[in-house]
Design a protein around this ligand. Sequence first.
Ligand code: BG6
Length: 482
Amino acid sequence: MVVRTIPVEDFDLVIFGATGDLARRKILPGLYRRYLAGQMPAEARIIGAARSEHSDQDFREEVRAAIYEFANGVDKDQIDAFLGQLHYVAIDAKGTGGWEQLKKLIRKDVVRAFYFSVAPSLFGDLAKRLSDYGIADTESRIVVEKPFGRDLESARALNATLAQHFEERQIYRIDHYLGKETVQNLMAVRFANILFEPLWNAQFIDHVQITVAETVGVGGRGGYYDNSGAMRDMVQNHLMQLLCLTAMEPPYHFDPDAVRDEKLKVIRALEPVAEGDIVRGQYQASGDAPGYLEDAENPDSRTESYVALKVRISNWRWQGTPFYMRTGKKMRARTSEIVITFKEPPHSIFDESGTQRANQLVIKLQPDEGMDLTVMIKEPGPGGMRLMQVPLDMSFADTFGPDGAEMPDAYERLIMDVIRGNQTLFMRGDEVEAAWAWADPIIEAWEQSKAQPEPYDAGSSGPEEALRLMHRDNRRWKEIRA
Ligand code: BG6
């Protein structure tokens, strides 16, 4: 099955921070891949903007190198044509340098989008200059990266700053987890099938597990990470979005505000998390692998590189069904999945004691995207009525075959959505604020306590305490496996 690609309208996309890490790793290689897929029109232009002076040609050569390093395959015949669509302007975000030049360069009759791949402290300066110089108009779009604040107060301040120059319908707050294929498939599975939705509630679901385990540590970005920790870096945004899509009510239509209204209701229904329902961990050296303190270059750090927590949603659908979430760095394997564990049948007619009988739906985000539904069947053979659990496995790569298997990276999809003007997969300002309002007391409680994070070995499944969080409820985490 071949994946269809529909070209987007002609556009000028300005990337502020075009020489930074995110632009090199994700944004520019992602655009190149969309170009190869035929989605980026031949007239469209990408304008890199950053502080340093570069000619267009220098910038193109830098982007060429980034594409070779990160684009996962290069078409030598087409790369020059793509690079020819790139331009560069040296810009002073806090001053006047470069803005007139940018104004001259930008076209008025195409979609205009401005990607703020810079520190949040510059968002206000950029937004102001874009409107003061008349570079952006009421139809232009701005894209802002996380972290969107570090607490409710700073997120509110950022929202207020952006709102001075842009309307909410023009602001695209990125959470790249929303661009992942399976995350959107979660909505398709839930709301385009009759099979699951009738069972999708506390009556039939015992509990939900959301795991985002990474093998990388924080080496190289310890400065940022040490000030942030897993709660701010992963839970408040990525895991929260996964929770929302799993738990939300069906929106009346697949429309940006309808979807975001439903997600917001979930966040607002979250109960405060008691200190006894949260475990924070920090990886320690194991074998040759350095520990967190060394990676973060802060021997006294109490910052958590791992969090596990039990979350309750206070509404009719989920009363009595806990959501357990965990995320950590330097774990045994890179795996992100949502596991829905259904309740066991109320009565078994089979004589099977000790068999795990609950159906599980495993929604796999990475590394291999797909879904597994475990069902009970009879063990084949003449040995009587013995039951076993088997997975009904749907791997997207297998289903879509070699032509369609290469799913666009989250950033590719999201940038194309910006050009199309579709905000469904972007966070609305009130959503971000609600997520901070929930996370703030958890973070504050930790910052005020004197407790130390639970140690776990680099390359393990996380701290022992996190296992106990489940065991005391007679449940178990799904094993983290490579
Ligand atoms: C980022 C976090 O938002 O997401 C990183 O800041 C994390 O710490 C990354 O490593 C994980 O993204 P992915 O797509 O690799 O799961």
